[in-house]
Design a protein around this ligand. Sequence first.
Ligand code: TSB
Ligand code: ZN
Length: 601
Amino acid sequence: MPLEELSRDERLYRMRHSAAHVMAEAVLELFPEAQFAIGPPIDNGFYYDFLLPRALTPEDLPEIEARMRTRMKSNVPFEHSEMPRAEALRHFAAQPFKLELIEGIADDTVSLYRQGEFLDLCEGPHVARTGDVPPFKLTSVAGAYWRGDEKRPMLQRIYGALFESQDELDDYLGRLEEASRRDHRKLGRELELFTTNELIGAGLPMLLPKGATIRRLLEEYILEQERQAGYQHVYTPVLGKVELYKTSGHWEHYKDGMFPPMQLEHEELVLRPMNCPHHILIYQSTLHSYRELPIRIAELATMYRYEKSGVVGGLSRVRAMTLNDAHIFCTPGQAKAEFAGVMRMVERAYRTLGITDYAYRLSLRDPDDHEKYVQDDEIWEVGERVIREAMAELGLPFYEAPGEAAFYGPKLDIQLRDILGREETVSTIQVDLHLPKQFDLAYIGEDGAHHRPVIIHRGVISTMERMLSYLIELYAGAFPAWLAPVQAMVIPIADRHGDYAHEVLGELRTAGFRAEVDARNDRMNAKIRHAQLQKVPYMLVVGDREQDARAVAVRTRAGEDLGTMPIFQFIDRLRDEVSTSQDPEVAGPDVGGRRQSEGAG
Ligand code: TSB
Ligand code: ZN
């Protein structure tokens, strides 16, 4: 079928897939001893995995690209053929990955595609000729395990971007560049927010003082929101006996996500992968009447998950994490209203944090996956109904994702999108009828009999780690004043202004602000530049005139000159800005220069 008659997605699929083949041909030309694995089309482009005699550097990419362009100019056809298995095994004798793929094919013949001299194992489809491949660019190289299995060889994956028009490609490459400018791992280093150490291990980052300040502010914010909404905060240990997780079902359904147990005298302990069992046992420690419900047990709770080493990195996916967690124990009749209450807290938090690009996802079980999900149709049906009805009443749109539920029940996940449109689950609200059964939970109803409560699990601002990573990228490190680790940098013009600079610092700190003095022996302009690079919202320059007038000359990190003002006036201004950002509802839109949002789904 001619390309024009296909849908855009089908065209791009063929073009990207074809580009991957051409790339494999070019790489094999450059490294005749290379072993090649698989090369599918993906969102925005394509990749191919190789085992190469040396590590590629970014400088290799233009060379590979040039060879690809030569192949495309030659405009040879992509030709489909079938080959008997035995012959294919001979043809790919020097290509162990291909041999493994052929072993996995049940048919007597295998499907192949050829362009020029290059033959690849492939089901197709492709474009007609190599000249039909539109504008592309090789963008990066990353490590990837063969078949995603960390016990198998680590290969080098070359990524390419490919679109139908140069404009689309340029637009994407621009966003890619912006994404790397905002990369929280890079900014985390530059702005001294967090660090990692091999001696500690993968997925176990440490927050430096500045990152810790932001985390503390997030924690204070959410704890206060929860207090106002009637949550009760507890502290519970990060360990529990294996029996606890056997009772909850984690042992059966979530073991792959847990650290192995520790044998201790007569006990076997595990690091908890979730906090629910602890909160459940707190609920169960006394008998509750329907009059007390809902009971909302909350904790900034640390938990540990065994995430594969290949997927951890930075702060967004870690092995030790602290969740803004709560478990709401309520009657079945209260579940919908509690769900809606959580949703309102999420929306308010997003407005305060400036988060606008997100979608709602109803995460359902995969009915065929008996290992991952508890088998009890009623649990799933009731939970799902609560979420659907609550979302309908709230008038919020959502999409559905089978196979993304928790093992104990369906979830409403809030999917945040980054600048490249990549989604990540941040907030989550889950309706659970399974754990109440497992722990035989009860409350005394109006009729004096025992009834089973429902549990709503929820994380509003998610794990501190994931939220921090998201916010670093959202703001490209330039946090709004209320979240900035250093809100103002006092810059003395000369040594003789040092004492006054420290007086200003004292005033700011007494007023509750986070400030520093840049007392380094450097020129004023260099210090301003340094504070700008550190993304400090305000720079307060002090010289003779400011000292005499007990004033500060205020500049913003954006380069704006706000003029000279008395110290107390600056303090008032900052106080206003901070309080309006933390309570956007009261302030109304566009106060204090913050970005305001209406959080559309
Ligand atoms: C909400 N038991 C529930 C809780 O009561 C629970 O643990 N749900 S969860 O498994 O979905 O995790 C809650 C949130 O933690 C997720 O929505 C996600 O935003 C965040 N999270 C999960 N795994 C990681 C990880 N490896 N690193 C950072 N954050 C994570
Ligand atoms: Zn939970």
